[in-house]
Write a protein that binds this ligand. Structure first.
Ligand code: PMT
Length: 392
């Protein structure tokens, strides 16, 4: 169980920390909460104590036994995050001041540290605050930039606590092992759209969830990740270079731009096999008789990667509805892959749109049947397998 320390200071955004903590609990973190006196004026420590199931540290002089609380509490922590962080706590940290439970424990901590500020826009943009942030960054403290919006003080501007999902992602990144540090990973995700006219296109049901989960897992494990994404409704993950594409040809061109310096390429996109032979610049008019759409083949990107690979370890996917393993094995050989992840469209919880997937991992001599799991968990399993195949 990873231990994380949450420092809380006196900002109105404090109510969001309750939600953050309950989400972190669900992810099985061991959580310690430290509050400044000002923070306890906004929310009683009992609220946070109830959420984490243990006392909250609020008073440096309320010692039990001989342990010095602000030193002991940060031992073996995977991460210390201050959320929300006021201008005042940032100024203290920049200057090494330790005169309250949060600043004392933060100074004593040796784990990765994150600050998520929330304050009035003018306080945030003030030269002193900006200078303090720069100083903190030079101490290798991570900052999660506040968002722009309507602030509790009535002003519009930058100062909103960053969205909780960004904070959660950041914590996950910081607390992960980084076996892919220094490596480049390219992931394709989502569907492609093959336009018929300005109104219509041919596409498929891919939501992009599988590919985005792989990109996030690779980022958490320390890789530099390029995500070539077909059209999806998903939020772009932080710390990942996302390149939007529409058609299979677009995807092919962008992948060729990036392929040479990749260590791993993972083709989870559902690339359209065909595109209309011609594109009408005006909307095709409805007719009284049947209409035939002539299509031609798109490039097979995975096959191209297999033919031109040098240092890259290549992972393809296979979406099958019959003779699942045999068909996937054929793809493994024909496309010269190092791994094929095969999913069966007819399995419950597998394939398109779901948050889960059930796959088999196919390598030259083995088939590894995995149970139904979340796409997040599967993403790590796939990357772990690829690291082993590469022998790193
Ligand atoms: O996006 P989600 O909703 O989360 O759904 C996930 C998924 C079902 C899309 C994913 O798990 C998956 O199976 N992706 C591959 C789907 C697919 O196109 O399978 P295929 O068997 O048709 O293609 C085999 C491989 O060749 C794939 O790696 C594909 O990216 C690649 N390909 C296909 C056609 C083409 N012209 N070029 C390609 O590179």
């Amino acid at each position: 169980m990873k231990k994380i320390i949450i420092g809380i200071t006196g900002s109105i955004a404090i109510y969001k920390t309750c939600d953050l903590i309950s989400q972190l609990k669900k992810k099985n973190y061991d959580i310690e909460v430290i509050m400044t006196e000002n923070a306890t004026r906004f929310i009683n420590p009992l609220t946070f104590g109830s959420l984490i199931g243990k006392p909250v540290f609020t008073d440096d002089f309320d010692e039990t036994g001989y342990q010095i609380k602000h030193i002991h509490i940060v031992e073996n922590a995977s991460c210390f995050i201050i959320v929300p962080a006021t201008a005042n706590i940032i100024a203290k940290i920049a200057n090494g001041i330790a005169d309250d439970p949060v600043s004392s424990a933060f100074l004593a901590a040796t784990c990765p540290k994150i600050i998520a500020p929330a304050m009035n826009v003018h306080m945030y943009e003030n030269t002193a605050t900006q200078k303090n942030i720069e100083i903190c960054r030079s101490y290798h403290i991570h900052f999660i930039e506040p968002a722009v919006g309507h602030l509790a003080c009535g002003y519009e501007g930058k100062g909103h606590l960053a969205p909780l999902e960004d904070i959660l992602e950041y914590i996950e990144y910081v607390t992960s092992e980084h076996p892919l540090k220094g490596k480049h990973v390219l992931v394709s995700a989502g569907p492609t759209q093959e336009a018929l006219d300005p109104v219509r296109y041919i596409t498929n049901h891919s939501s992009g969830k599988m590919g985005y989960a792989i990109a996030v897992a690779a980022r958490n494990w320390g890789a530099h990740v390029t995500l070539i994404s077909g059209p999806t409704n998903l939020k772009k993950p932080f710390g990942v270079d996302v390149i939007d594409v529409i058609s299979a040809n677009d995807m092919f061109e962008r992948i060729k731009d990036f392929m040479d310096f990749q260590d791993y390429i993972i083709m989870s996109a559902a690339v359209g096999d065909y595109r209309p032979v011609s594109y009408s610049h005006h909307k095709i008019k409805k007719k009284d008789h049947e209409m035939v759409i002539q299509v031609e083949k798109n490039p097979d990107i995975l096959a191209y990667l297999g033919q031109h690979k040098n240092r890259q370890t290549i992972c393809g996917f296979a979406m099958e509805t019959e003779n699942v393993i045999d068909n996937a094995r054929k793809k493994f050989t024909e496309k010269n892959c190092d791994l094929i992840v095969v999913n069966d469209l007819f399995e419950d919880g597998a394939g398109f749109q779901n948050d889960t997937n059930k796959v088999a991992l196919i390598t030259k001599h083995f088939v590894d049947y995995l149970h139904l799991m979340s796409k997040e968990e599967l993403a790590y399993r796939i990357i772990d397998k690829l690291i082993k195949i590469k022998g790193e």
